[in-house]
Ligand binder design. Structure first.
Ligand code: DX5
Ligand code: ZN
Length: 229
């Protein structure tokens, strides 16, 4: 994975047809997705349940590009090896997932994968400063994690701007997750984000049998973001 700050669109398959994940992954990539975002939820750290490592391994052959695994689970450490073995390229753990996030990030990096740090809306960026040299990506949640289709929390845009300043020239992606649309994408792109996760805004109006709306949605979000970046 070569580092660039070019805007990247990462559709979240939480909004895809669960009965057709392989075909959905191929469809969004064919329609212009840069990364595929996989939301792993344990019904404990967040009030929803989604995908285990076996599901990630099953969709891996259907993803040509980057598989971006967002772990909303606690604890994280017992599962890192399994998601790495399943073919994740980026593995993100939440700062709030436990007392030993430094060890967790070390463990992710030890698998040879890219390490991501996700922070909830209620978490400031102060703690990030002590972890900045251990991460390849910082995911700023712009909704409270657990569900797709939620409203974007505008107060997080300032956090993105401050984070961009803290990161400086380091090759660290700023990922935005939750409520990204054609309207909100320019706000975070202007603040310095480069990876835009979008679930409901990408999958709306399309299907595996009619993927063209996926392409139109991805292109519209990218255009709006690039115009502001
Ligand atoms: C929420 C997830 C997001 C979600 C985004 O906890 O981490 O990735 O699927 O979906 P939208 O874009 O619909 O808010
Ligand atoms: Zn996510």
């Amino acid at each position: 994975m070569e580092f660039s700050r070019k805007i990247k669109i990462a559709p979240s398959i939480l909004s895809a047809d669960f009965a057709n994940f392989g075909a959905e992954c191929r469809a969004i990539e064919d329609q212009g997705a840069d990364w595929v975002h996989v939301d792993v939820m344990d019904g404990h750290f967040v009030p929803n349940l989604t995908f285990g490592p076996a599901m990630c391994a099953a969709i891996r052959p259907h993803i040509k590009g980057v598989m971006d695994v967002h772990l909303m689970i606690a604890p994280v450490d017992p599962y890192i090896e399994a998601y790495a073995a399943a073919g994740a390229d980026v593995i993100s753990a939440h700062l709030e997932s436990g007392p030993h996030i430094h060890r967790t990030l070390q463990a992710i990096r030890n698998t040879g994968k890219k390490a991501g740090l996700a922070i909830n809306p209620g978490t400031g960026i102060d703690a990030v400063a002590h972890l900045i040299d251990m991460v390849d990506l910082i995911c700023v949640m712009t909704v409270n994690p657990g569900f797709g289709g939620q409203k974007f929390i505008h107060s997080q845009v300032d956090k993105v701007r401050s984070l961009r300043a803290v990161i400086g020239d380091r090759p660290i992606h700023i990922e935005i997750d939750g409520g990204v649309t054609v309207e909100t994408a320019p706000l975070v792109a202007a603040a310095g984000a480069d990876v835009l996760v979008a679930g409901s805004a990408v999958f709306k109006g399309g299907s595996v049998g009619n993927p063209a709306p996926y392409g139109a949605n991805i292109a519209a979000i990218r255009k709006a973001a690039e115009a502001a970046a």
